[in-house]
Design a protein around this ligand. Structure first.
Ligand code: 5GP
Ligand code: ZN
Length: 111
């Protein structure tokens, strides 16, 4: 069975897109943990950070910065959960972009 983010890439599951090019997609998280919570993914399926070729991250970094610009935010946090023990639930590489444009983000205790 195909992963849910691959289905989002294909448009088989709807998403609120904020940025897209031929290789990457950014869309709103369905269950936001901050006023802005975006998921940034490569359209190609890689399971997690560890399984993703380093070369991907150069272009992905540009896409992330472009996404922040499109959202009109300068301050944001990037998170990737690498593996089940880190809290990963969807096994298609994604970087969470979270922000609180009208305040600051806390740094919570994680355990
Ligand atoms: P993870 O825990 O794997 O790092 O994060 C998975 C994220 O995907 C969660 O924040 C969750 O809310 C989000 N998510 C799961 N299913 C969907 C979906 O169908 N659509 C969207 N937009 N987000 C999803
Ligand atoms: Zn996938």
């Amino acid at each position: 069975m195909e992963c849910i983010f691959c289905k989002i890439v294909k448009g088989e599951i709807p998403s609120k897109k904020v940025n897209e090019n031929e290789k990457f997609l950014a869309f709103h998280d369905i269950n936001p943990i901050a006023p802005i919570h975006i998921l940034i993914i490569p359209k190609e399926h890689y399971e997690k950070f560890d399984n993703t070729p380093n070369e991907i991250f150069n272009e992905m970094a540009s896409f992330i910065k472009d996404t922040a610009k499109k959202l009109g935010i300068s301050d944001y946090r990037l998170i990737t959960n690498n593996g089940k023990g880190a809290g990963q639930e969807v096994f298609h590489l994604h970087i969470h972009m979270v922000a609180n444009p009208n305040g600051t983000l806390k740094w919570p205790k994680l355990v």
